[in-house]
Design a protein around this ligand. Sequence first.
Ligand code: TXA
Ligand code: MG
Length: 345
Amino acid sequence: MKTIKWIVDKHVNEQMDYPHISQAAEFLNNNEVVAFPSETVYGLGANAGSTEAVAKIFEAKGRPSDNPLIVHIGDRAQLPALVKQINEKAEKLIEAFWPGPLTIIFEKKEGVFSDKVTAGLNTVGIRLPDHPVAMALIKEANLPIAAPSANRSGRPSPTTAKHVLDDLDGKIAGIVDGGATGVGVESTVIDCTAETPVILRPGGVSKEEIESIIGPVEIDAALLNGEGAPKSPGMKYTHYAPDAPLYLMEGSPGKIQSLVDDKRKEGLKVGILATEESKGNYSADVVIPCGSRKDLPTVAQSLYDVLRAFNEADLDMIVSEVFPRDGIGTAIMNRLEKAAGHRWL
Ligand code: TXA
Ligand code: MG
């Protein structure tokens, strides 16, 4: 299959006539899959009501079928037709964070979604992305759009159109290229069907921000202690891993450098995931800065690009600095721990 590339201006707005967006929307209406940018990462979209369309997502990604997809809407007005009820806490979260990187789990209405979207669950995760291209495309298609991150399963999520094409060129009908995404890590997933809402995946909206709006929430215990099955099926899979094994290491650049020196003396080729502040302190086969420690959102923005960049060098191991676990740091550390398979030095 030849993948069509539509290059669009990130600042597309509804008043403009965008033939590229209309064409991409037509593909979605014809049950083809199309990748598009959101404010978090690129998504791989398909008509959420069509099993034929949704099957193409699982096929292209090589995604396990028990892992449900997030449904994206282009406008809040689309929501009531999709879910059984919107309780008070969900209402407040929508008011505060939509459009934005927050996926809310609701009880689904029957007969709206292909069973493949929800992987047989009676709930559905919905979000309204804060990206003009995503919103314009979804509104134009006038459908709820199921969209996981547009990477091959297990690989880091894509934050540029190039990342998507590296994984999926020739496997999808098209991609709308709207430039690099902003947040860089995926949306926070929160289950609002329980009395006390539960965060199933940390992401672009922090626990602290959520609690400032609706009071105390829980974090899925499986994410904290790694025990038991996570409530979000996707969280149990290996994900984000670069080709060479990644290890996390606490401590000063000096301490990290001396370990790296030892490994290189053994003949290993070593990469270091550093920051703008620390990169000058290291010598290794590859040193890649991942944003600034003083500004954690920049670390989130660069993370997946950096994890992919290590694959360009033929390394035996990668050692990564670690980050404080508050605000967006919770999501950064969650992704790094997954990428490292929870290996620490
Ligand atoms: O930022 C994002 O959320 C991106 C962009 C494209 O919107 N999408 C994304 O989708 O990250 P995906 O499929 O890669 O991750 C969806 C996560 C998975 O961990 C999945 O298991 C979980 O959400 N999920 C989806 N529906 C669920 C449900 N009904 N109950 C529990 N977890 C659910
Ligand atoms: Mg994903």
